[in-house]
Write a protein that binds this ligand. Structure first.
Ligand SMILES: C[S@@+](CC[C@H](N)C(=O)[O-])C[C@H]1O[C@@H](n2cnc3c(N)ncnc32)[C@H](O)[C@@H]1O
Length: 221
């Protein structure tokens, strides 16, 4: 990372919104567990998206204990459907929601998010994709018909995470092939996701280098 990029990251961290007390507890738990939440810089964008879309319903693929969901709620979203296949994480999410006084606005679905989305009807104002990287494009295809026009799909870990970012740069700059799925399914999954949303006329996508890098796609038709 060059020095200026490091300074910008520090500036974004220093100017991100402060956590609420319940988010602070979640951040402490994330530190204890080494759990990768979306963080306050990207959280601020989730809050912004919820506010700008006047969001009623949000669907998340991969919720952990509800940290990202808490940012949608801070942006005024009425309800968030959280999906999580780790029972302990979901249980902590339900506890945090009760403690934070927003249990009536969150639903935790324990199990595979890809099966859960099949059981839900739209419309959703927002979807967050933050589960297994090799399934991002499948999640996008599953949720897109259920997102209203003008709604937004956000995907995390576009520039950082369990991925080789240099391989993505080489792919999009020079057309280098994405890694084979047997070698690196995560990087391939993110590359396929970015390729999918960039080539789909149904959405307009901006990639924002906040947190671990998010792709923000607005459904335009
Ligand atoms: C990066 S974390 C999510 C973080 C969360 N969005 C936040 O910002 O706090 C990914 C989570 O997705 C869960 N997960 C991965 N694949 C899943 C799937 N197919 N269905 C449900 N949960 C899944 C993992 O157990 C993990 O808790």
């Amino acid at each position: 990372m060059d020095a200026r990029a490091g300074t910008i990251e520090r500036f974004l961290a220093a100017t991100a919104p402060a956590h609420t007390s319940i988010q602070e507890e979640m951040a402490d738990l994330a530190d204890d567990w080494g759990f990768p939440t979306i963080g306050p810089e990207a959280g601020a964008v989730l809050r912004l998206v919820a506010r700008l879309t006047d969001a009623e319903r949000v669907f998340e693929f991969g919720s952990g204990f509800g940290y990202s969901a808490s940012w949608f709620l801070r942006g005024g979203a009425d309800t968030v459907i959280c999906t999580e296949f780790d029972e302990e994480e979901a249980k902590r999410g339900v506890q945090f929601a009760a403690e934070g006084g927003y249990a009536d606005r969150l639903t935790f679905e324990v199990g595979d998010a890809m099966e859960t989305i099949a059981r839900y009807d739209g419309p959703f104002d927002i979807a967050l994709i933050d589960h297994q990287k090799h399934r991002y494009a499948d999640a996008y295809r599953a949720v897109l018909p259920k997102v209203r026009t003008g709604g937004v799909i956000v995907a995390d870990n576009i520039t950082r995470g369990p991925i080789e970012f240099a391989d993505l740069v080489a792919h999009f700059e020079d057309g280098a092939p994405l890694p084979d799925p047997e070698r690196d399914a995560e990087t391939r999954g993110i590359g396929e996701y970015v390729g999918t949303v960039r080539s789909d006329d149904a959405v307009e996508t901006a990639i924002l280098p906040v947190g671990s890098g998010i792709a923000v796609s607005t459904k335009v038709r």
